[in-house]
Design a protein around this ligand. Sequence first.
Ligand SMILES: NC(=O)c1ccc[n+]([C@@H]2O[C@H](COP(=O)([O-])OP(=O)(O)OC[C@H]3O[C@@H](n4cnc5c(N)ncnc54)[C@H](OP(=O)(O)O)[C@@H]3O)[C@@H](O)[C@H]2O)c1
Length: 237
Amino acid sequence: MSSQQKVAIITGASQGIGEALVQAYRGRGYQVVATSRSIKQSSDGDVIAVAGDIASPETAERVVREAVERFGRIDTLVNNAGVFLAKPFVDFTQEDFDHNFGVNVSGFFHITQRVARQMLTQGSGHIVSITTSLVNQPIAGVPAALASLTKGGLNAVTKELAIEFAQGGVRVNAVSPGIIKTPMHGPETHEFLSALHPVGHMGEIGDIVDAVIYLEGANFVTGEILHVDGGQNAGRW
Ligand SMILES: NC(=O)c1ccc[n+]([C@@H]2O[C@H](COP(=O)([O-])OP(=O)(O)OC[C@H]3O[C@@H](n4cnc5c(N)ncnc54)[C@H](OP(=O)(O)O)[C@@H]3O)[C@@H](O)[C@H]2O)c1
C-alpha cells in the first residue's frame, strides 16, 4: 500500500447514499472500509466490507481495526448509517426509542470516538455526519421528534467536536439533507415528499454525495452544517 493513499470509512454503505459515497471516494483514489449489517465483500481489493450493527461498540472496534491494520490510517469517517421514523410523539414505543438512539446516536459515538483517537494521533482527518433539515425546520404533518432528538444531537456535537479537535488537525462537519430519493422512500411517496421542499422536488443521492465531497476538500471549513435541502432550512414556503 502506498503511504500516500487516503482511507475512508463509510457507515450505512450497503445502499442509498452510503453505497454512492463508497463509489465517490473510490473514484477519488481512496481505499474504503464499508460497513452495514448486510454489506457484502466487494470484488474491488481496495474496499473492505465489515458487516455489523453500527449501534454496537464491537462493530466500531472491528471497523477501525480493519482500517488501520489493512490500510494503515484513517483520513475520513462518514457517519451515514441512520434510521428515520415519523410518528406522533405520544405514540413512540420504548423499542422505537432504543432503535433510533442505537443507530443514530450510539452508532455515531462508538465509531467516531475510535476514529478520532486515530486521527488525533495522525494529526489530520475529516469526520462528516449525515443529519436532516427537519431538525431546523419541523414540518406540520411530518412528526419526527426522535429524528430531532438524535440528528439534532449530531448537529450539536459536530460543532462541539469541531472546536475540540480544531488544534488537532481534525475537521468535523455535517450534511443536512432534505428528502432524498433513496430506498428509504417508496416511489408512491415521492409526489407527497416533493411538496415538502420550497423548490418543489426531492433531492437526488448525487446532491448529498457532492456536498460530502465538497466538505472533503474544504480545508478551512469545520463545524459547518451544510444544508442540502431544496431550501427547507431557509424558512416557510
Ligand atoms: N433519504 C432521505 O430522505 C434522508 C433525509 C435526511 C437524512 N437522511 C440520512 O441519510 C443517511 C442515509 O440515508 P439513506 O436514505 O441512504 O438510507 P437507506 O437507503 O435507508 O440506507 C440506510 C443504510 O444504513 C444502514 N443501516 C441501517 N441500520 C443499521 C444498523 N443498525 N447498523 C448498521 N447499518 C445500518 C443500512 O444497511 P443495512 O440494512 O445493511 O444495515 C443502509 O446501508 C441516514 O443517516 C439518513 O438518516 C436521509
